[in-house]
Design a protein around this ligand. Structure first.
Ligand code: FMN
Length: 206
């Protein structure tokens, strides 16, 4: 394991449960692989632009066919894709916002799902190009979505698995910090369960 990419997306900084547990996972991975380099991308602190018309038209073209404006519009995307492509392990810290992702993380996804770089399309259908990577997704939610009755309202974990799979990242481990808004006892249980899940993930990676 040479490179770890940690993507943070909670606006709550260190108060954030997803941030805390994702950081624990990275620290534990680092202690097992001291030579690994960690790159941190905090999309809540440093907002990414929404994609626009110039971006979308440029995205569909190979780099040498893009206008200067399109090249400029894709510059941030290039940096983010380079970061992701260089990572052996991607750790995503993801709060649930309105049943899905924070819009800041959705913007990151719009910048890294790029034809010719992270996926391709052929007569056989789509193919993810980022093969052989591992991902850890730490989701934090006020309620409980891993079981009924709210299971069908989880557009966070299901979406992330789908989009990571689309770009070729199918080895995805999920740590759930859930039920954090359901009272003191539920919060205590959520923290203990997330700690056990994080430790299990790191053991599986070793
Ligand atoms: C804007 C916003 C929307 C939220 N929407 C939901 C939601 O749909 N379902 C839920 O269970 N919790 C929801 N919550 C609660 C958060 O998921 C919870 O506070 C979680 O801990 C956030 O992750 P973080 O601690 O990493 O910031 C929402 C919180 C905010 C600020």
């Amino acid at each position: 394991m040479k490179n770890i990419l940690l993507v943070l997306s909670s606006p709550r900084g260190w108060q954030s449960y997803s941030h805390q547990f994702a950081s624990h996972v990275v620290d534990d991975l680092k202690s097992r692989h001291p030579g690994a380099k960690v790159v941190v991308r905090d999309v809540a602190k440093e907002s990414l632009p929404h994609i626009d018309e110039v971006f979308v038209s440029g995205r569909a073209l190979p780099p040498e066919k893009r206008s200067p404006a399109q090249t400029e519009a894709l510059a941030v995307s290039n940096t983010l894709v380079d970061e992701l492509a260089a990572a052996d392990v991607v750790v995503l810290a993801v709060p649930m916002h309105n049943f899905g992702l924070p819009s800041s993380l959705k913007a990151w996804i719009d910048h890294v799902v790029i034809p010719g770089r992270t996926f391709s399309y052929s007569e056989k259908g789509p193919e993810g190009l980022l093969k052989g990577k591992k991902a850890v997704v730490v989701v934090a939610r006020g309620g409980v979505y891993s079981e009924r009755p709210a299971q069908q309202l989880d557009f966070q974990e299901s979406y992330l698995r789908a989009v990571l799979g689309f770009i070729g990242i199918t080895n995805v481990h999920v740590v759930r910090v859930e039920g954090v808004a359901m009272g003191e006892e539920a919060l205590k249980n959520a923290m203990a369960s997330a700690k056990a899940q994080s430790e299990q993930v790191v053991r599986e990676f070793a």
